[in-house]
Design a protein. Structure first.
Length: 318
C-alpha cells in the first residue's frame, strides 16, 4: 500500500515532463504540413444512397478537389505534398470526402461500398496527415484484403491529428473537435448503406476521438487498439450500444504511457483507465506481439482478430 502514493507521484511527474517537453519544442515545429496552401473544396450534397451511380458521382467530385489541391501545391513548389496528391488523383482511387486544407481531410473507400454487408471505418491517431497518409492507406488495404468480398473499409482522416509529441497528444482538444465530424460521417454512411454491419476501428489517439463521439455512433463494434485511454474510467461511461473491444500488441510502447488523467485548472492531461485493463470492462481481443504501428500488418494475429470483429464472427477473443 505504501508504494501507491509514490506510483501516483511518478505518473504525475512523467506526464508533467511530457507536456513540458512538448511545449519546449522549437516554434519552427509548428510549421508542419498543415501550412501547405490548398483551395476550399466545393460543397457536396449528402450521400443519400450508396448506389454505384451515386458513388461514382461522389468519387468524381472529390477527384476534382484533389486535382485542384494538386495544382495549388505544385504552384507553390511543395513537391512532397504534390507527390502525395498526385497519387490520390489516380482514377482508381475512391474518396467520399477530400479537403486539402489544414493538413488534409479525407475519407477513402477500399472495396465495393455499394454491395458491402460489412463496413469498417478506420480512425487514425497522431501524426497522420496528407504527407503521411500512406500509413493509413496501407492499413486500410491490408484489412480490405483480409476481409475479402462483401466488405468495405473506409479510411477516415476527418480531423487535424495532433503531432505525436505535443501537448495536443495528451489532451482531448483535437478529439473534441473531431468527434462531431466522425458522428456526422458515420450517420451519413449508415443511412446510405442501411443494413450493413459497421465497425469503428480506432487506433491510438483515434480511440479518444471515437470515445468522445461514442454515444452518437450507430455502430456494432467500437474497437480501441494501441490506446492511451479514452478519458472514461469504464466502457460503460462511453454510453454506447456498441460492443466495446480493446487490444494491445505485446511490443506496443503505449503500454508504458501512464494511464492516468489529471484535471488541471485549464485542461485535463492524460486519458485515464487503460482500455485493456479488466476494470475498464471492454472485451479484450488477441493483438499478438506487434508494435504500435503493426496492428494491421499483413499476416499478423491482430489483423486476423480485427477482421473477425468486422465480419461479426468474433466473441471478443480471437
Amino acid at each position: 500500500m505504501a508504494s501507491r502514493p509514490h506510483t501516483r507521484r511518478l505518473r504525475r511527474a512523467l506526464l508533467t515532463l511530457l507536456v513540458t517537453a512538448s511545449v519546449a519544442l522549437p516554434v519552427s515545429g509548428a510549421a508542419r504540413p498543415a501550412a501547405v496552401a490548398a483551395p476550399a473544396p466545393a460543397a457536396l450534397a449528402p450521400l443519400v444512397a450508396a448506389t454505384p451511380a451515386a458513388l461514382d458521382a461522389r468519387y468524381a467530385a472529390t477527384r476534382d478537389a484533389v486535382r485542384d489541391a494538386l495544382r495549388m501545391a505544385t504552384g507553390h513548389g511543395d513537391r512532397r505534398r504534390a507527390d502525395a496528391l498526385r497519387a490520390m488523383a489516380d482514377p482508381g482511387r475512391r474518396f467520399l470526402a477530400f479537403d486539402g486544407r489544414d493538413g488534409g481531410r479525407t475519407a477513402e473507400v477500399f472495396g465495393d461500398l455499394s454491395g458491402a454487408a460489412r463496413i469498417a471505418v478506420l480512425v487514425p491517431g497522431a501524426g497522420v496527415d496528407l504527407d503521411h497518409y500512406w500509413r493509413l492507406k496501407r492499413d486500410a488495404e491490408a484489412l480490405s484484403a483480409e476481409l475479402g468480398e462483401g466488405s468495405a473499409v473506409v479510411a477516415w482522416l476527418g480531423y487535424r491529428t495532433p503531432s505525436t509529441v505535443s501537448p495536443d497528444a495528451v489532451t482531448a482538444g483535437r478529439a473534441d473537435e473531431a468527434a462531431p465530424r466522425l458522428v456526422s460521417f458515420v450517420r451519413e454512411l449508415t443511412e446510405a448503406r442501411p443494413g450493413a454491419r459497421v465497425s469503428l476501428l480506432c487506433h491510438s489517439y483515434g480511440s479518444v476521438v471515437c470515445a468522445r463521439g461514442a454515444s452518437g455512433l450507430p455502430v456494432a463494434d467500437l474497437v480501441l487498439y494501441g490506446s492511451p485511454g479514452t478519458g472514461a474510467a469504464t466502457a460503460e461511461e462511453l454510453h454506447t450500444g456498441a460492443t466495446v473491444r480493446a487490444g494491445r500488441g505485446g511490443d506496443d510502447w503505449i503500454a508504458h504511457v501512464p494511464h492516468v488523467r489529471l484535471d488541471l485548472a485549464f485542461t485535463s492531461v492524460g486519458f485515464g483507465t487503460d482500455p485493456v485493463a479488466p476494470k475498464f470492462g471492454a472485451k479484450v481481443f488477441d493483438a499478438g506481439d506487434g508494435g504500435h504501428s503493426d496492428y494491421l500488418r499483413p499476416g499478423s494475429v491482430s489483423l486476423r482478430s480485427l477482421a473477425r470483429i468486422v465480419a461479426g464472427t468474433a466473441d471478443g477473443r480471437a
